[in-house]
Design a protein around this ligand. Structure first.
Ligand code: FES
Length: 119
């Protein structure tokens, strides 16, 4: 099983699990305000280890639209845990001014993943 390090805690997570859910199910209340559809960017994470080289078309399009985000963060709702990773969730219920994290994302990538190499 891949190892997922979130800040200073490391967890084993099921191979292929959606990263946003792996983070949430590890007890970190990450935001996912659009329900995992690559629209809100609140599920963004900073990678220190294992940033995937592939991206979904939806993630690439959404991050390209915001020069403050592109190249700095990734959308955890668009990433699967296929290998060891270390991340920092940027927005959680602990530091954001919201009353709920958003609808729980589905188990699979939404919208349907169209994979491409990260530019
Ligand atoms: S972009 Fe909204 S949950 Fe990922």
């Amino acid at each position: 099983m891949p190892k997922l390090t979130i800040d200073d805690q490391t967890f084993e997570v099921p191979e292929g699990k959606r990263l946003v859910l792996a983070i949430e199910d590890s007890g970190i209340p990450i935001l996912h305000r659009c329900g995992g559809y690559a629209k809100c960017t609140t599920c963004r994470v900073e990678f220190s280890v294992g940033e995937p080289t592939r991206t979904t078309q939806a993630e690439d399009t959404r991050l390209l639209a915001d020069p403050n985000l592109y190249g700095r963060v990734r959308l955890s709702c668009q990433i699967l845990c296929t290998h060891d990773m270390a991340v920092h969730p940027v927005l959680t219920m602990h530091n954001a001014d919201v009353t709920d994290p958003g609808k729980r994302p589905e188990d699979h990538i939404t919208p349907e993943a169209v994979w491409m190499q990260k530019s």
